[in-house]
Design a protein around this ligand. Structure first.
Ligand code: MEV
Length: 434
């Protein structure tokens, strides 16, 4: 068993790698070489990346791809996507082109508010606590956070509301300050958490001065559940325009598509996979634009279960002779602060998108999710998912088999007219190598 190491974070990068390769690897020198191979030759750039987190040993690449031809509210975007799954960017591009020719995507930001909470316990009387918070200290809560909120307020954001919540019906002695924020172009995590920690301090201090009961701060933290930070994206077209598949009549396609979405609305096993496909698009853009995809994932899935059963995030219907497909999702994103000012590739992707506001980015990200879901349902209800997926995966299989570029050219040509399976690729390459 490996002995624990103390003071690891204080070692130099080189010492950390030494320890790692001699402790865990059969061939320490080649493992070290691999780690170093992924260092950037520009030392300053490498240092910037090293300092994002603790104990960095190297960089972990993901491809950054782009999906062009996204028409959103009449404006054309090329959307950046950071993702490893072979077929995602291709599917997004295909979907973008399909809808470009049919009026594009329409989007709207419905709300932009975020929540943070100070969780505390008290053995006091709930009514006394409510009066104390609403009438005695509310102004002090605002005053004490002025140094944090003043710049945000100048730009039109800040604290929207501070609400006292009695939660003793679900947990003994449990209360909250439930606070609503507007953080404009910032994702706002630091702003919200700083305000909350100041609220907690003020609450504790004022309670000690004026209340005879005990009051204990448990924790102060923003919520990644943002059901009041919602964006809507939709597409629609005459059913007859759903005509790009040679073997399926547009009205049959429309009906199968709507049925597939309805299945995801009522069947959680399907809904999870359906929504995973949406997140393929969303996460890729969220990551490429330097936003926190874990926060987005947590918030989106909670929203998908808001009525007590996990369900589809997208909806579809046929209204007369029109096909409609849409989604409303919560997205807390930023285009200033955090990694957006630091990561050179994030600066690049944001410039590519025309330096969007947070609201504009919410719309772009939602469209990437809707487009991805459209592409997935279209494949699932027509050819099946494997055809396109395996075509895109072919290069990965060829790379695993260490195919030469001649072998790649021959086999890519061959599989244009044959179904790709792992075993068929192996047997075709074996034939070539005989
Ligand atoms: C694969 O990453 C995503 C899909 O499974 C989504 C779906 O089934 O809708 C294709």
């Amino acid at each position: 068993m490996t002995k624990p190491i103390s003071g690891f974070s204080k070692l130099s990068k080189s010492e950390k790698i030494d320890w790692l390769v001699t402790t865990y690897f059969a061939h320490p020198e080649s493992s070290r070489a691999l780690i170093e191979q992924y260092w950037n030759s520009d030392e300053k750039l490498q240092q910037l990346h090293d300092e994002f987190i603790e104990n960095t040993i190297t960089n972990f690449y993901l491809p950054l791809g782009v999906a062009p031809n996204f028409l959103i509210n009449g404006k054309t975007y090329t959307i950046p996507m950071a993702i490893e799954e072979s077929s995602v960017v291709a599917a997004a591009s295909k979907s973008a082109k399909f809808w470009y020719d049919r009026g594009g995507f329409k989007t709207e930001v419905i709300s932009t508010q975020k929540i943070g909470q100070v969780h505390f316990t008290s053995d006091g009387d709930p009514e006394d606590l409510a009066l104390f918070i609403d009438y005695v200290i509310k102004e002090k809560l605002y005053e004490d956070t002025k140094h944090i909120t003043k710049n945000m307020e100048k730009r039109g954001g800040g604290i929207v509301d501070i609400e006292f919540r009695d939660k003793t019906d679900v947990l003994e002695h449990y209360y909250q300050l439930h606070v609503t924020f507007e953080t404009l172009d910032a994702m706002g995590a630091n702003f919200i958490n700083s305000c909350l920690e100041q609220f907690a301090e003020t609450l504790k201090r004022e309670a000690q001065k004026s209340l005879s009961c005990q009051l204990e701060i448990i924790m102060s933290i923003l919520s990644n559940y943002v059901p009041n930070c919602i964006v809507r994206a939709e597409v629609s077209c005459p059913i007859n325009d759903l005509n790009d598949h040679p073997d399926i009549a547009p009205e049959v396609f429309a009906e199968k598509f709507v049925q597939a979405v309805k299945i995801a609305e009522v069947e959680p096993f399907r809904a999870v996979t359906h929504n995973k496909g949406i997140m393929n698009g969303i996460d890729a853009v969220v990551l490429a634009t330097g936003n926190d995809f874990r926060a987005v994932e947590a918030g989106v899935h909670a929203y998908a279960a808001k009525n007590g059963q996990y369900t589809s995030l997208t909806h579809a219907e046929i209204e007369g002779d029109t096909f409609k497909f849409w989604m409303e999702i919560p997205l807390a994103l930023g285009t200033v602060g955090g990694l957006t000012n630091l990561h050179p590739l994030v600066k690049l992707t944001l410039e590519m998108l025309g330096k969007p506001s947070a609201q504009e980015l919410m719309q772009i990200v939602a469209v990437a999710g809707l487009a991805q879901n459209f592409a997935a349902i279209r494949s699932l209800t027509t050819t099946g998912i494997q055809e396109g997926h395996m075509k895109m995966h072919l290069m990965n299989i060829l790379n695993q088999l260490e195919a030469t570029s001649d072998e790649k050219t021959t086999l890519i040509e061959h599989f244009k007219t044959h179904t790709v399976t792992h075993s068929d690729v192996v047997s075709e390459i074996e034939k070539l190598r005989q």
